[in-house]
Design a protein around this ligand. Sequence first.
Ligand code: TRP
Length: 374
Amino acid sequence: MDKEFKVTPWEVSGEVDYNKLTREFGVRPLDDKITAKLKSRTKDLHYFLRRKIFFSHMYLDKALDELEKGNKFYLYTGRAPSGPVHMGHLIPWIFTKWLQDKFKVTLLFQIPDEEKFLYNQGLTLEDTKRWAYENILDIIALGFDPKRTKIFLDTEYAGHMYKHACMAAKKMTFSTIKSTFGFNDSQNIGIIFYTAMQSVPAFLPTIMENKKTRVLIPCAIDQDVHFRLTRDVAESLGYPKPATILCRFLPALTGPKGKMSTSTGEHATIFTTDNSDQVKTKINKYAFSGGKDTVEEHRKKGGNPDVDVSYQWLTFLEEDDKKLKKIHDEYKSGKLLSGELKQILIDKLNAFLKEHQKQREKARNQVEKFILKD
Ligand code: TRP
């Protein structure tokens, strides 16, 4: 088996070893102690925590300690628009919404509409801006509190951000950026500067509150690389180091490796705007199965939920632990067939998407309530 994997903010490939990544990125495992500390404030634990879908963190303990002293933190997350939103994108946002409900705190949602313009060939700034406003519908659809949620496009909020990006950028060297992101000399200078823009929302709470205020950033682990750089410069600029709480990737439909991504195959990606027939076709056709070749053999030997993508997806989507365990056990014993397991996932996804699409339509005339502009 291919043991090589690669995780950068712009590329994920191979079979990700999350324990190894936790060590390599220098972040902390989300162990029982920190989880218990979180639970003492939230009363219950989101199933993403119970199942270690969120599995590591940095300075979550500090953010919680400050809460004890009456100092609220802000939440901060983001999305670089380059195309439609798919199921994988929603995972950290669903969790962010849970955190917002539990802690009743302000969320800053950055839409860096310059990021994929700078990084990808072929996307204009008009394209990314159009996707930004499409993607914002998906964000709003998840039910964030309009009074506590600020969404901003970098190109529309740059007047507030640019000065702070410059202050961060002055403390970051070219050689650090090159080695941190694996850049070479042919990269354009825009993307070299970009990480300074992604740092800024980690400082904005302190600026907005006029007192030291930490951010907690829920995101997929690949993004922590940016915030490692932010942490290196934060204190010398007068800001607390940002805390992160980090999740795994929703696996690609075609195999239990890497993350789901539009760039690895549009057909094998479930978008939030897919209709129920598209979902059914994609899951039946592409979802990698851990089942046996014949029904007879499957009944005798059982399936392998550890590699079965439909089962893996249900761990991200089926909230009920008991239901999930039953599916796991019946699949493993051979009682549940691959086609039946796929159908459970199809039903689950379609129920979720039906509601999401309804909320997404409603979001169209709410956008102004959420947007921050210069
Ligand atoms: N770089 C992220 C992306 O590619 C976008 C982003 C900006 C972000 N700020 C963030 C993601 C904070 C998570 C947390 O989509």
